[in-house]
Design a protein around this ligand. Structure first.
Ligand code: C2E
Ligand code: CA
Ligand code: CA
Ligand code: CA
Length: 279
């Protein structure tokens, strides 16, 4: 009947609504997050595995909303990528991180590098390299201090265009890292076409290297391959001394993870830099 037809969609809406409503709330709140100053950056040290020296900080985005509380990046970045908000947000992250690094360096603190995560949505914009150049010029940060972390998906998506963008970024002088490496195997074939400075072994491998011989073999192979390609390797998600030991024996270059240091808010990151021994 007419009645049941008109009621059915409503019933459907009610049952599907919980997740959809919470997502919609997040999406609406996210639209205002930048204007309302709800975003901030945390900084996590990346250490050289042999010298223990600080290589640099990875910059991690944080969102605190008065109604939603802390929202994790994995719960809002995919939304921001779908609706395009990642473009202004990502630009804000890059500008804020570059300004902060420049300020620390100008204040005499020793910081060689900041690594900023870049979404494939930003990377795919034809003007992306121009935007990076503009922010470097505006903030006065030396290009080699900036490292851009791009996930493997960037490599497999329109390879020719991606190679071209990588080359433009290398001309600007920034460092390029492949993030979450090992999660999308097919890119191994393409890897050699890309001017890459660093590979970051995904946390899923790091967490399994002590227990899973396949993951051990993958980590070993990635480190060996990178060595031949003159690419540095960082293992992320290092949570124990045993993992650190394994990575040291495998001759990994650098490590990052809770065992070394959690991501820190800006005041703590600054204290961290101030406490470093003079070099
Ligand atoms: P990612 O780039 O792989 O960043 C590493 C994530 O692992 C961070 O989570 C970090 O806090 C966490 N982590 C670091 N060490 C450990 C460890 O030892 N154990 C465990 N379990 N986790 C560890 P976070 O900050 O929640 O970020 C999640 C993801 O969100 C990032 O993964 C990145 O893909 C994305 N993201 C964060 N900030 C940005 C940003 O500014 N722009 C873009 N496009 N993406 C971002
Ligand atoms: Ca990253
Ligand atoms: Ca990663
Ligand atoms: Ca990740």
């Amino acid at each position: 009947s007419k009645r049941s037809l008109s009621q059915e969609p409503q019933h459907f809406n009610e049952t599907m609504s919980k997740a959809a409503v919470s997502r919609l709330k997040r999406e609406n709140a996210l639209r205002e997050a930048l204007n309302n100053d709800e975003l901030s950056l945390h900084y996590q040290p990346q250490l050289h595995l042999i010298s223990n020296e600080l290589i640099g900080f990875e910059v991690l985005l944080r969102w605190h909303n008065p109604y939603l509380g802390e929202v994790a990046p994995d719960d809002f970045i995919p939304i921001a990528e779908e609706n395009g908000l990642i473009i202004p947000i990502g630009e804000w992250v890059l500008r804020t991180a570059c300004l902060q690094a420049k300020q620390w360096i100008d204040n005499g603190l020793h910081l060689d590098r900041i690594a900023v995560n870049v979404s494939i949505v930003q990377f795919a914009l034809p003007d992306f390299p121009k935007m990076v150049q503009a922010i470097l010029t505006e903030t006065g940060l030396e290009p080699e201090v900036l490292e851009l972390e791009l996930t493997e998906s960037v490599l497999m998506h329109q390879v020719d265009t991606a190679v071209h963008t990588f080359k433009q970024l290398k001309i600007i002088g920034v460092q390029l890292a492949i993030d979450d490496f090992g999660t999308g195997y097919s890119s191994l074939n393409y890897l050699k076409q890309f001017p890459i400075d660093r590979l970051k072994i995904d946390r899923s491998f790091t967490s399994a290297i002590l227990s899973d011989t396949n993951d051990q073999a993958i980590a070993d192979a990635v480190i060996a391959m990178a060595g031949r390609m003159n690419v540095q390797v960082t293992a992320e998600g290092v949570e124990s001394i045993e993992q650190l030991q394994f990575l040291r024996e495998a001759q990994c270059d650098a490590v990052q993870g809770f065992h070394i240091c959690h991501p820190m808010k800006v005041v703590d990151a600054e204290q961290y830099l101030k406490a470093l021994p003079n070099r």
